[in-house]
Design a protein around this ligand. Structure first.
Ligand code: HAX
Length: 439
């Protein structure tokens, strides 16, 4: 067993025993109450899931095992090449182990992922059979399912592994899958947009730096952006569509590849991860229609009102839980101020930030008029020449694997059962409250 797996096994046994005790003592206590609106409103007011890796506060934003986005920069100082952004390896370890990793832990994980990063040839063959016009997110989920032939969990389950040991083959799949995702994603990018001019991985690089390298962007500032990007998109507690889907499929004992492919189909929705693509499309369409690269705030306001009048959402704004500017937006703004303060699209993103919230607030129905993570990310990538916005959600997905996969390890440790909430018909709901049924 590798040393990380050993450490995880020890931690897992202790947490599982403590959770059992907690449930014995408090299992019958009431957590909250909910209303008919909550049931019809996407269950947002209902605490119905356990996720260990992160917790979202509406006004403060995400905390990964207790550490906020700004804490990460201070506490996860495992930099390579004189960089200053937190490393995805470090946040993975923080989420998995619930403790700040040492430099040695981070380096060991970089090495372990480099060793596990070999993608079977048939996965590339499957991708090569897809039309280049296929959306990159569709290619991504197809590739993830093609990798399922390698599932250690599926093989172990078939052999009859005992329930108490499920976490072990899950851990193996999680490590292999995460190690391989940058290679698969970069392959999709280079086949779709760069005429199949593929770039071999460089095992000396860290996970994020190597991803940037395989995409074809070797600027050290781009590697820094990748470290920041892949860290901040990794997790947003358990109820968001990608995390919840991963957990749900996992609750039926799907293997990690099946869970993650399903999760990525959830991320591919425009109200979730695809919003990063939509933001860039929306800004480009605005600039084209106005024939300028830097629309004024007045022009932006007019365009926002037109968007709303057409019955569309303003992409990158609003959130199901947050009630403030997303700290992930703020961290990207900080990065842009350091690396590209004069960039046209970045300045437009900042002007949109000044203009949109009061307009959304004036509608009175939007619960959160502030920008989310997707409002800024595309502009940073555009600056470095990665202009193919349809690819952006794949990059989000590579990062999201860190959170949902560590969560799946914990789901298996805690032996969380199959998820099966009760549903109800409107007729039955009306009957509950003595309301008239006429239609
Ligand atoms: N533009 C216009 N209208 C908006 C809006 C926006 N950005 N955000 C919310 N609204 C509208 C909703 O469509 C809803 O209208 P109806 O009552 O007419 O249906 C009303 O305001 C109330 O919605 P809400 O309660 O404030 O928001 P929800 O929790 O229902 O939805 C969404 C949250 C993120 C889906 C929503 O704000 C939205 O569609 N935003 C734009 C898309 C986007 O940026 N998505 C990414 C979110 C972050 C994420 O998951 N990243 O991956």
């Amino acid at each position: 067993m590798d040393s990380l797996k050993n450490k995880f096994a020890e931690k897992a046994a202790a947490v599982a025993a403590e959770t059992k005790e907690f449930l014995k003592a408090h299992g019958n206590k009431v957590v909250g109450t909910y209303t008919v609106d909550d049931v019809y409103g996407g269950m947002k007011g209902i605490t119905g899931l356990v996720t260990e890796t992160s917790l979202l506060d509406p006004t403060e934003g995400i905390r990964f095992r207790g550490y906020s986005i700004s804490d990460l920069r201070e506490k996860l100082q495992h930099f390579v090449d004189g960089g200053a952004e937190p490393m995805p390896e470090a946040i993975f370890l923080l989420m998995l182990m619930d403790e700040l990793p040492s430099n040695e832990d981070v380096q060991n994980l970089t090495n372990a992922w480099a060793r596990r990063a070999i993608v079977p040839r048939h996965v590339f063959n499957v991708l090569d059979a897809c039309p280049r016009s296929m959306h990159p997110m569709t290619q991504f989920t197809i590739a993830i399912m093609a990798m399922q032939t390698e599932s250690v969990f599926a093989a172990a389950y078939r052999k009859g592994t005992a329930k108490k040991d499920y976490w072990d083959p899950t851990y193996e799949d999680v490590m292999n899958l995460i190690a391989r995702l940058p290679r698969v994603a970069a392959y999709i990018y280079r086949r779709t947009y760069k005429n199949d001019d593929h770039i071999e991985p460089d095992p000396k690089l860290d996970w994020a730096g190597n991803f940037g390298h395989m995409l074809g962007y070797d600027d050290p500032a781009f590697a820094e952006l990748m470290r920041l990007y892949l860290t901040i998109h990794s997790d947003h507690e358990g109820g968001n569509v990608s995390a919840h889907t991963n957990h749900l499929v996992g609750s039926a004992l799907g293997d990690p590849y099946q869970c993650f492919a399903a999760s990525m189909n959830g991320l591919a929705g425009p109200l979730h991860g695809l919003a990063n693509q939509e933001v860039v499309r929306w800004i480009n369409a605005m600039c084209e229609s106005l024939n300028t690269k830097r629309p004024s705030k007045e022009q932006i306001a007019t365009y926002v009102k037109q968007t709303l009048a057409q019955g569309k959402v303003v992409p990158g704004y609003g959130h199901a839980v947050l009630r403030t500017t997303d700290p992930r937006f703020v961290s990207q703004m900080r990065f842009a101020k350091q690396y590209m303060p004069e960039d046209d699209m970045v300045n437009t993103v900042w002007n949109v930030y000044d203009v949109v919230p009061p307009i959304l607030e004036s509608l009175a129905k939007v619960k959160n008029p502030w920008p989310n993570v997707d409002a800024h990310s595309g502009a940073l990538l555009q600056h470095f020449g990665l202009v193919e916005e349809d690819f952006y959600t794949v990059m989000f997905g590579v990062s999201r694997a860190l959170g949902v996969m560590t969560s799946l390890c914990w789901d298996r440790v805690l032996a969380l059962p199959i998820e099966r909430p009760k549903s109800i018909t409107t007729k039955a709901m009306k009957e509950l409250f003595g309301a008239e049924v006429t239609a």
